[in-house]
Ligand binder design. Structure first.
Ligand code: PRX
Length: 663
């Protein structure tokens, strides 16, 4: 969306429906503003009150916040356990027998529906305690890292909560990532145990998770050392019943291990600042960053945002479609809903398998009331046609959410009209792996929305749009989005690399957390996120570091140099275009192009596979040898090349690139 278009859209204001506001936690803009002001003017008082009301503690904290830029300590001195907050606290209440997780597996075909499972809070508690004992039996102790590489099955949530119960730190790796990505992450966090499955289902095929783990554990670094040398045990869930290799002494079956344990597992008393999980995400260098979150602050953020942003009620059936391998799955499939005693839906498969109405079918079948998905999915649904949602009764829906990338007003309107029947407010929620929970968002009973804007900050969040010198810009002027003060669910650092944490987030703008996003704020103070302004792309709602894809490409023996840029894409937001120069003597062919795309899939995963590979004789560089990405972006987008190109080392490179038709 360009600036003019978005300014036009600002004319459209959607006030919260009156009936919605009447029942909402926050009922008016004035109430939101009052609470927001309190959260900013007296943050410690505000957060102490929230921590007391929302969480159960073994021991109360001594200090609400200790801030020594860039490291925050929240609720220091306090002790609690995340699994107790998500499970035990509900057991003796009416929530105990309520569905905690409703799960649906991927169907085989149109006529053969997927499996269904419902776990009540009591059942989930039992499963978590049993698996926590399995982890202990396999040597996992407080502070150890456990890598979880599972499909979207309830056991993924069970494994995460089991880690939390015994104080182990989980690192969930999305099932679509390759063996290589698993190996890198295992190595970086020094995982002691891997929890995986024989396979997972995706669009009718089996994803070979265990095979990838086997491969990952054989991989070595440049010095010949095994990347997975810290791994002592691999716990394997039987899911796909496919044949797999079992390594004696290292690999054990989940279901067999359960035979040796009881369901009695007292929770570990964790300190507020003990790490809860590490989640890897792409940055501007070739190596993914291990974002880590701690116990109390993260949980408070996840719990409060789920309650207020989704205006949670006891009767809600909440469905966030994200995979647990992403932060959205952590905060809004597992921790946020469960901490609130809500019913959370998990679905294993793809939105269009076996037919494009999977999601609508599930909403109808389980009476989903709150639905949270990504713009890229909404745009795909638009393309597949209205007839698919029209076939289903979606009248139970009362609130819709969007996350992961800017939502274009056209998709917003379609979501509002076709899925929400013009009665459901839409919450466009801006946040990041680093922020742990939602940061900029409407509150559905309070905030009038504008299609395409994430609107206003959540409680305690102080965002600002600044120029290159860090000065606030005027309304409607674009700049960098920063956050001015610490918030409870903020990342505490990069695992094992606090120096990089400081450099990536706290150097760009003095005394502010730099988000990496471009943004403008309109005259009403509404935030309009433009997208990444660093070397990170947002492809179908997933963060892809260009440097990561480039280093995957140059690891292919035919490639000399590679530069990856984004080009606008109607469906995915951005598509990946790779410019590649080959080693001398190697001919650019169609086969090689396909081979390079496959190579990236193998190195990282299908989500990073370039949409286009363009061969060039050379890459345009400045005199100092920097690749001119701006230029490549224009070429990739097919737009005119403008701007100053006089520093180009070799003008002729440009023409060659534009015409680089290799076959
Ligand atoms: O560029 C922003 C975009 O997604 C990035 C964060 O990606 P990740 O850490 O993978 O987390 C995704 C889910 C929280 C941000 O820097 N982004 C996320 N939500 C929005 C968004 N861009 C615009 N509008 C949003 N609502």
């Amino acid at each position: 969306m360009n600036a003019i278009e978005s300014v036009l859209h600002e004319e459209r204001l959607f006030p919260p429906p009156k009936e919605f506001s009447a029942q909402a936690h926050i009922k008016s803009l004035a109430q939101y503003k009052r609470m927001y002001r309190e959260s900013i003017e007296q943050p410690e008082r505000f957060w102490a009150k929230q921590a007391e009301n929302e969480l159960v503690w073994f021991k109360r904290w001594k200090r609400v916040l200790q801030w020594k830029e860039p490291v925050a300590r929240w609720f220091d001195g306090g002790q609690l356990n995340v699994s107790v907050n998500c499970l035990d606290r509900h057991l003796d209440t009416p929530v105990g027998n309520k569905a905690a997780i409703i799960w649906e597996g991927e169907p085989d075909s149109v006529s053969k529906p997927g499996e269904e499972r419902v776990l009540t809070y009591k059942q989930l508690h039992r499963e978590v305690c049993r698996f926590a004992n399995v982890l202990k039996r396999n040597g996992v102790r407080r502070g150890d890292r456990v890598l979880i590489y599972l499909p979207m099955v309830p056991e993924a949530a069970v494994a995460m909560l089991a880690c939390a119960r015994i104080g182990a730190i989980h690192s969930v790796v999305f099932g679509g990532f390759s063996a290589h990505a698993v190996a890198d992450r295992v190595c970086d966090c020094g995982a002691k145990v891997i929890v995986t499955a024989d396979g997972g289902y995706r669009r009718g095929t089996i994803v070979q998770l265990k095979k990838n783990v086997d491969e990952a554990l054989k991989m070595t670094d440049e010095r010949g050392r095994r990347l997975g040398r810290t791994v002592e045990k691999v716990i394997v869930l039987r899911r796909a019943y496919n044949e797999i290799h079992i390594e004696e002494g290292r690999d054990v079956w989940w279901h067999r291990e359960l035979e040796y344990v009881t369901a009695d597992c007292p929770p570990e008393k964790m300190n507020s600042e003990d790490p809860l999980f590490i989640l890897y995400t792409s940055g501007s260098t070739g190596k993914p960053k291990g974002i880590f979150h701690t116990t109390a602050g993260y949980l408070l953020g996840a719990k409060m945002t789920t309650k207020y942003v989704f205006d949670l009620r006891d009767t809600d059936v909440f469905w966030c479609t994200a995979d647990v391998g992403w932060v959205t799955g952590h905060s809004y499939v597992v921790y946020g809903p469960l901490a609130n005693g809500a019913t959370t839906v998990m679905y294993e498969g793809a939105p269009n398998w076996p037919e494009p109405d999977r999601f609508w079918r599930i909403i109808e079948k389980y009476d989903v009331t709150v639905f949270y998905t990504a713009p890229t999915a909404i745009r795909a649904f638009m393309k597949w046609g209205e007839e698919w949602p029209r076939k289903h009764d979606l009248s139970t829906l009362r609130l819709l959410g969007s996350v992961g990338e800017p939502i274009n007003p056209e998709a917003w309107m379609w979501y509002y009209e076709v899925i929400g029947g013009k009665r459901c407010p839409i919450v466009d929620t801006w946040w990041q792996t680093e922020t742990g929970s939602i940061m900029i968002t409407p509150l559905p009973g309070a905030t009038p929305t504008k299609p395409g804007s994430a609107t206003l900050p959540f409680f305690g969040v102080a965002p600002e749009v600044v120029d290159d010198q860090g000065r606030p810009v005027s309304p409607n002027v674009g700049g960098k989005l920063v956050i001015r003060r610490p918030w409870p669910s903020m990342l505490r650092g990069l695992w094992g690399d606090m120096k990089r944490y400081q450099e990536v987030y706290w150097k760009e703008v003095p005394h502010a957390y730099f988000t990496g996003d471009g943004c403008r704020r309109d005259k009403d103070g509404y935030f309009w996120i433009v997208g990444r302004i660093d070397d990170v792309l947002n492809v179908a709602g997933h963060r892809i570091g260009t440097a990561e894809v480039e280093s995957a490409l140059v690891s292919h023996s035919a490639v000399a140099e590679a530069a990856v840029v984004g080009r606008p894409d109607d469906l995915k937001g951005q598509a990946l275009v790779a410019f590649v120069t080959l080693k001398s003597g190697i001919k650019p062919t169609r086969d090689l192009r396909e081979e390079l795309r496959q190579h990236v899939t193998k190195e990282i995963g299908a989500i990073a596979r370039p949409d286009e590979v363009r061969f060039a004789e050379a890459l345009p560089k400045t005199r100092s040898g920097k690749i001119m990405r701006r230029l490549l972006k224009s070429i990739a987008a097919g737009t005119e090349i403008n701007g100053d190109t006089t520093t180009l080392e070799d003008f002729s490179v440009l023409t060659r690139l534009s015409q680089a038709e290799e076959d």
